[in-house]
Structures are given as C-alpha cells and as structure tokens.
Design a protein around this ligand. Structure first.
Ligand SMILES: Nc1ncnc2c1ncn2[C@@H]1O[C@H](COP(=O)(O)OP(=O)(O)OP(=O)(O)O)[C@@H](O)[C@H]1O
Length: 274
C-alpha cells in the first residue's frame, strides 16, 4: 500500500470510535465508546486498563479485523481497509510453526513476499543475530526457552519491517527477569526500525518503561481516561530505570488514576459472577 500522506500525518488515529457487540442473548454491549487516540510516526504508545475493558478490541480495530460501529480508524491518514501489510503483530502466544526450525520460521515472511531464497536466509541470519540467537538457527521451537521463543517471534516480525507494530501483552507469559531483558531487546529493535508501536499491557511498569505515551482506559466501555507523556530520556535500560525517582513518581501518579478503574472493573466482574 502506497503512503501518500505528509510525514506529519499520524501513523494511527482513532477518531470518536465506538464498537458495539451483540451478545449471545441478543443484547447490545458497548466495548469501546468515543475513543480517541493518536500514534505519531515512530512513537511508542502503551495502553493500560482493567481486565476486559476493551484493549484487544482496540487493536482489532486498528488491524481492520473489527469495524467501528461509529467513528473512524485511520492509518497514515487513510481509513482502515482490511488487513494492512504495513502492520506487524506480536501476541502473548507465539505464532511460531512448531514443525519449522528457528530460521525457517523467521524466513517465512520474506519468502512469502517473494524475496529470493538466498537473500531471505541472509536477512533471517541478520535478524537472528540482532536478537542474540545466532547459533540456534536449526533448533525447533520446543527446544527453546520461553524468552528465546519470544526473541524468534520478534525477529519473525521485525524482518518484515512493519511500519506499525501491534503488541498484545507479548511478554506476559514470561518470568519477570526474562521479561525485563525482552523489554531492552524490544527497545533496541524499535529504535533501529522506527516503527510506530501500540502496546497493550496490564503491567503499568512495563508500559512506563517502554512507552512515549501511556493511555489509561476506563473500566468498560473503554474510553480514554487520561494520557500521560513519559519524559524519561532515551535510550532507556528498562532493567535500571525502574529504580529512578522519576520512574517511581510517574508510576504512582498513573496508578492513582488507574486504581479506581481497576476497582470498578473488579467490582463489576464480581456482580456478574454473583
Ligand atoms: N466478538 C465479541 N462479541 C461479543 N463481545 C465481545 C467480543 N469481543 C470482545 N467482547 C467483549 O468486549 C469487552 C472488551 O473485550 P476485550 O477483549 O477488548 O478486553 P481486554 O481489555 O483486551 O481484556 P483483557 O484485559 O482480559 O485482555 C469484553 O466485555 C468482551 O467480553
């Protein structure tokens, strides 16, 4: 898809978006209401909110998998129209083919796009080196740790040079130490690739460590409660900055805001369960 927009046009815009679903008992439920969000080119945006508030639905709207019931979603100034090849994804579960070796997983995207085999494999080697997996090319996913599999997923995504990267709790299944290492790996890749990122997480510290801007969503229906710019200088080493006073102060401020929504979401879940 050709991008004819000016460089000042944001990568992603959600403009007064609402999304309603029909529940199995035939009622209408609103997952997202009057939602406004802008991701500038090269910007790293994180969204946090209570469980079930509508974070994944927001990502689905950007991919075009879900259509807004009202409002508009734009990519580089144009309305979303189906799955856009400029978008890359990383989800909580790996999208690795278990029957393919590490390098055959990474090379899949370029080969699918028609890159010559030699070139595609050379490119895959390069990306595996960037995620510190040189020497593991011929292993299979089941022979790798969770962190290594996640690195393969990152190489598999970044090799396609996505202009927009959507990440839905990509590291939530990892142990805390591996997670922090993955944060640093991701920031390194992102700073080189200059993609615009939308990162969904339950983990406020993860959001602050990574992002330029953190959106706090309300308990469903999701709407934007507040937007916090994160002015912590880059390059950041996420494993270190979490002990800085600036980081702790921002965490407390945002948590004060998020806490009320989390309590509201939990109270509603208990009411439904009762
Ligand atoms: N296809 C669908 N049909 C009906 N309801 C849906 C559908 N998809 C999502 N919902 C509802 O919309 C609301 C938001 O769901 P969504 O998965 O976006 O929330 P989330 O914030 O990503 O959740 P979590 O924090 O648990 O990952 C939920 O109440 C969910 O049940």
């Amino acid at each position: 898809m050709t991008d004819t927009s000016s460089p000042a046009t944001p990568a992603v815009e959600l403009i007064n978006v609402s999304r309603r679903f029909v529940t199995p008992d035939g009622k209408s439920m609103t997952a997202i209401r009057d939602f406004n969000m802008t991701i500038e080119r090269g910007e790293f945006v994180a969204i946090v909110g209570p469980t079930g508030c509508g974070k994944s639905t927001t990502l689905n709207l950007v991919t075009g998998l879900a259509k807004p019931s009202a409002g508009e979603v734009r990519l580089f100034g144009q309305p979303v129209d189906g799955i856009d090849p400029r978008i890359g994804f990383v989800f909580q579960t790996d999208a690795l083919f278990p029957w393919r070796s590490v390098i055959d997983n990474v090379v899949a995207g370029p080969l699918f796009r028609g890159m010559a085999k030699d070139e595609a494999y050379a490119c895959a080697e390069k990306w595996l080196a960037r995620v510190n997996l040189s020497g593991h090319e011929s292993k299979y996913p089941h022979q790798l740790s969770g962190g290594m599999r996640k690195r393969v997923s990152l190489a598999q995504t970044f090799i396609n040079e996505p202009e927009i990267l959507l990440m839905d709790e990509p590291f939530s299944a990892l142990d805390v130490q591996t997670r922090v290492l993955m944060h640093d790996a991701l920031l390194q890749l992102w700073s080189e690739a200059k993609a615009s990122v939308l990162f969904v997480t339950h983990d406020l510290e993860e959001a602050i460590g990574l992002a330029d801007k953190v959106y706090v969503l309300t308990a469903g229906p999701a709407t934007v409660k507040s937007v916090y710019p994160i002015d912590i200088p880059r390059p950041r080493v996420v494993s270190d900055i979490r002990y800085d006073k600036q980081f702790i102060d921002i965490s407390q401020t945002i948590w004060n805001d998020l806490r009320d929504e989390v309590k509201l979401g939990a109270a509603r879940a208990e009411t439904v369960a009762a």
